[in-house]
Ligand binder design. Structure first.
Ligand code: COA
Length: 355
């Protein structure tokens, strides 16, 4: 069995900065409210005419590929994690293959729909493929173009102020270096709370799950018990084509599951929180990260926080934060790096990496 390592990492964020004050031009919110509740000061929004989730992912991928010292043609498998794909289908995996100009190789491309923990799921999948010797240069991307799908009015303010656009990418390779690379990954989910943080429409549910769970949602189709429309004008008018979130419930679950899944990974690796050099948590909310930091008794300089600049970039948040930490020297060779994420599904996971 081989061990896998991150051989190259890169990130890309769009140029356009949107401050909290700018958001208050579209909706009833304030810089004070957003910073106090989430820590976010600004986020980036991609250019609607120039950028997509795929192009941002490709930009991050090019940096990761270069840093790994390989060419795009040497990538032998692609994993793309996003909830804001360019198309409903196909996924961004094949689109990024085309964007990178490597369609001739016809390598496999896999899309991951695990929202905020998508990158953690991707690392774990890539790790298994590399351990067994199946692939040698896996490109893993987490990217999001949230700004295209947010309700930027007062109706959607509880969700919209949190999210931003960006992309992060890594190249995973086998390593012979004893004790280095990915030590362990842990993945979990609990579908009981699937609708607590979700974009329900358009979808093929026809109201089925919602009725079963007693969630009222008028799909805009008369008389139907469950409704049988995929998309309707009424869904658009009523804001049902935007994400919804029970913020407080998500918060409570997150602060429980983050420490749990980190402790689980540490136990497997026979390590303790005191062994962690750098924690890179999913950038969901600065208050959540501060809570985990306190539980693990880590110093400020051991926890990577960039939510202030980018908001929550979902599948992109861990690779962007890790990429910045590597670039700034916060993560050094030999460090024990802990990655962890929690989000919609609910799905969550962790990874321990000896850098
Ligand atoms: N600006 C101003 N006021 C807002 C607002 C905004 N952007 N969004 C909501 N409010 C209002 C609400 O309408 C409510 O007003 P009311 O008391 O008059 O009804 C009040 O602020 C409190 O809303 P609430 O939703 O209870 O706030 P909260 O303290 O729970 O904070 C979150 C909201 C979203 C910041 C918080 O719940 C959170 O961060 N949850 C976790 C979210 C998360 O991590 N999601 C991603 C997971 S990967």
């Amino acid at each position: 069995m081989f061990q896998s390592k991150i051989a190259g990492i890169g990130h890309y964020v769009p140029e356009t900065v949107v401050t909290n004050d700018e958001l208050s031009n579209f909706m009833d919110t304030s810089d004070e409210w957003i910073q106090e509740r989430t820590g976010i000061k600004e986020r980036r929004f991609g250019s609607r005419f120039k950028e997509t989730t795929t192009t941002m992912g490709a930009a991050a991928a090019k940096i990761a590929i270069k840093k790994a010292g390989i060419t795009a043609q040497e990538v032998d498998f692609i994993i793309f994690a996003t909830l804001s794909g360019d198309y409903y289908f196909p996924g961004c995996g094949v689109l990024v293959q085309r964007e990178l100009g490597i369609t001739e190789q016809e390598v496999g491309a896999l899309d991951i729909r695990n929202q905020c923990s998508g990158f953690l799921y991707g690392i774990s999948v890539a790790d298994q493929f590399i351990k067994t010797g199946m692939y040698k240069n896996i490109l893993l991307i987490g990217a999001e173009m949230h700004s295209m799908g947010l309700d930027l009015t007062t109706r959607g303010r509880d969700v919209s102020v949190i999210f931003g656009d960006g992309a992060g990418a890594v190249i995973l390779q086998p390593t012979q270096e004893e004790g280095k690379g990915i030590l362990t990954t842990k993945l979990h989910s609990n579908g009981m709370y699937a609708e607590k943080l979700a974009l329900l429409n358009p979808g093929s549910h026809g109201g089925y799950h919602l009725n079963k769970m007693g969630i009222e949602q008028d799909l805009g189709y008369s008389d139907a018990k469950y409704g049988d429309v995929f998309v309707s004008q009424k869904m658009l008018d009523d804001g049902h084509l935007y994400p919804n979130m029970e913020g407080k419930f998500v918060f409570k679950m997150a602060v429980k599951k983050f420490p749990e899944v980190i402790m689980e990974a540490l136990a497997t690796a026979k390590l303790t929180p005191a062994d962690i050099d750098v924690l890179v948590p999913h950038q969901a909310n600065l208050r959540i990260s501060q809570f985990i930091q306190k539980i693990l008794k880590l110093r400020d300089d051991q926890v990577v926080n960039n939510i202030q600049k980018y908001g929550n970039t979902t599948a992109a948040s861990v690779p962007i934060a890790l990429s910045e930490a590597v670039e700034s020297g916060q993560v050094k060779s030999g460090d024990l790096v802990c990655l962890a994420a929690f989000g919609s599904g609910f799905t969550w996971g962790s990874a321990l990496i000896r850098w």
